[in-house]
Design a protein around this ligand. Sequence first.
Ligand code: ATP
Length: 134
Amino acid sequence: MSTIRLEIVTPERKVFEDDVNMVIARGVEGELGILPKHAPFVTPLVVSALRIKKGKEEKVVAISGGFLEVSQNKVVILAEAAELPEEIDVNRALAAKERAERRLAQSGKEELDFKRAQLALKRALNRLKVAQHK
Ligand code: ATP
């Protein structure tokens, strides 16, 4: 089966690197499946669970926004933050979720705080979902 190189990096570290068969990501315009020999391409990513297929295995990575670039049979994801399921601290994500929900209840919809809390809630829910793949 043909492969494509996948690298997931954050400003802090390299989270993942391997030759894989398919990458399924959620860009701002919707879900995309990237196969080997995909044409050059760049898109911003939304907070989402990235899926990686290799043989019969599927891995999931929590991505907290960033960019995806495809070039020369390589996918590079530069994420604001990214965690593998086993790296996720579930209690921390639960605390972040509760904090965000409290802030959403306290601030008006037009306020910057509301938008920030909405994003924080998305990150926390995404981490809780990905952590289930441990
Ligand atoms: P928190 O309020 O708990 O810090 P956050 O969504 O604001 O959550 P980020 O700013 O997205 O956190 O991430 C900051 C750093 O902490 C990143 O390196 C990220 O990988 C890590 N991180 C955040 N939440 C968790 C978690 N629940 N488990 C493991 N690492 C986490």
